[in-house]
Design a protein around this ligand. Structure first.
Ligand code: SAH
Ligand code: SF4
Length: 410
């Protein structure tokens, strides 16, 4: 059964619009120092109080998950009114929320244009499992790279998401799952039996996170801040197609787990599948992986490998993969290819995938095959009204399939 809350209905839409940030700048996504500066700059907090006030707001925004200044009870009424006059901490507009029978949830968010152009829409997916709940987050609208098996690559980049928009995906998911203190989880929701509802995040949605390094860094440092959202960096995985010059910095400056979209074991094929390989070939990519800060058996790199029928799925490919990764503490994540309209690729047969996985397992690698999740809500997307402002239906279908399949092994 699929429960679909269509928020496009007039009344629901208006209510959300009111909640959505108007023209006021958001305080979400600023560093503590920037937060203090913003308050002083607006003339509502004296310089000597900046640090204390920033800390107070930080707690309300990221520990308590408050999205309205009115609920910040230990701040005086007058200051709350001033804050509300100048800033916002509201959530973005949710165009739609869908819930699959297996508990997978998807949100379609709409963000303002940020300058010229139209509002943009992106999706975030939540995948609950026995001991964890993983949120798959987008970093860009579209992608400038053109991996030949990825549908996002056929869309032109609209723009980078801001740190605020990246964090908004996490904050809103936690709101909707009752994952902040004093909040109830919705009746019937499928969530991990214990602990946090969102225990892990993966930067595996739309876009290449390392082409939006600064915003992604800012958002992930806030997500992992111990006095705030407090997600362990071991439970945050960033997936890259191989932007080699930014890989070391990712470990050094962000310190999260790394996933590499490998998909091929020789340059000739990888040039075709993941064209950024022409710029940063395998030799450089593997060297960057070996130099990844903190790499150890306890902190392995995940290598994603999409299973494409008769392209990269032979036993020889499996052997080449094991050879290529020799000496790197690694996990291998085999992703059954998700076809999309117009693609020339097909998913490998199940038997082939199992044989491939067996070889890899015997060579000593954990190589889970991601089981498809939320299939019913993918189907339900067919019921969506595709309008000019909406992401095209085919684009959404392909993106959803990718996010759900590739949500990682973090
Ligand atoms: N742009 C980043 C972020 C991730 S997408 C990156 O490329 O790493 C998450 C994973 O899904 C990536 O490994 C990507 O290569 C893979 N993917 C893309 N399209 C897919 C498809 N149609 N079927 C299966 N996996 C796909
Ligand atoms: Fe972009 Fe990743 Fe898709 Fe490649 S696989 S086009 S990098 S989103």
């Amino acid at each position: 059964m699929t429960i679909s809350l269509d928020l496009t209905a007039e009344g629901a839409r208006d209510a959300l619009r009111r909640a959505a940030p108007a023209e006021k700048p958001s305080l979400i996504g600023l560093t503590r120092a920037e937060l203090g500066e913003a308050l002083v700059g607006a003339g509502i907090v004296p310089e000597r109080q900046a640090k204390m006030r920033a800390q107070q707001l930080w707690h309300w925004m990221y520990v308590r998950g408050v999205s309205d200044f009115a609920h910040m009870f230990n701040i005086s009424k007058d200051l709350r009114a001033e804050l509300d006059k100048h800033f916002t901490v509201a959530r973005p507009e949710i165009v739609e929320e869908q819930i699959s029978a297996d508990g997978t949830r998807k949100w379609l968010f709409r963000f303002p244009p940020r300058g010229a152009g139209r509002p943009v829409e992106i999706e975030t997916v939540y995948i609950p499992e026995e001991g964890r709940g993983t949120l798959c987050i987008s970093s860009q609208v579209g992608c400038t790279l053109t991996c030949s098996f990825c549908h996002t690559g056929t869309q032109k980049l609209v723009r980078n998401l801001t740190a605020e928009e990246i964090l908004a995906q996490l904050l809103t998911a936690r709101d909707r799952l009752g994952d902040f203190p004093d909040r109830d989880t919705p009746d019937g929701a499928i969530v991990p039996a214990e602990g946090r509802k969102v225990s892990n995040i993966v930067m595996m949605g739309m876009g290449e996170p390392l082409y939006n390094f600064e915003a992604v860094k800012k958002a992930l440092l806030i997500a992992s801040d111990g006095d705030g959202l407090s997600l362990s960096k071991r439970r945050i995985t960033l997936s890259t197609s191989g932007v080699v010059p930014e890989i070391f910095r990712t470990g050094e400056e962000i310190g999260v787990m790394l996933a590499i979209s490998l998909h091929a074991t020789n340059d000739e094929l990888r040039d075709l599948l993941v064209p950024i390989n022409k710029k940063f070939p395998l030799k450089e990519l593997i060297a960057a992986c070996k130099a990844y800060p903190g790499l150890s058996n306890a902190k392995r790199i995940t290598f994603e490998y999409v299973m494409l029928k008769d392209v990269n799925d032979s036993l020889d490919d499996a052997k080449a993969l094991v050879k290529l990764l020799k000496g790197i503490p690694a996990k291998i994540n085999l992703i059954p290819f998700n076809p999309w309209p117009g693609t020339n690729y097909q998913c490998s047969d199940w038997e082939t995938i199992e044989k491939f996985a067996d070889y890899i397992n015997n060579a000593g690698y954990a190589s889970p095959i991601r089981t498809p999740r939320g299939r019913d809500i993918l189907a339900a997307c067919g019921q969506l009204k595709s309008e000019s402002e909406r992401m095209r239906k085919v684009d959404r279908l392909a993106l959803e399939a990718m996010m759900i399949a590739g949500h990682g092994e973090a």
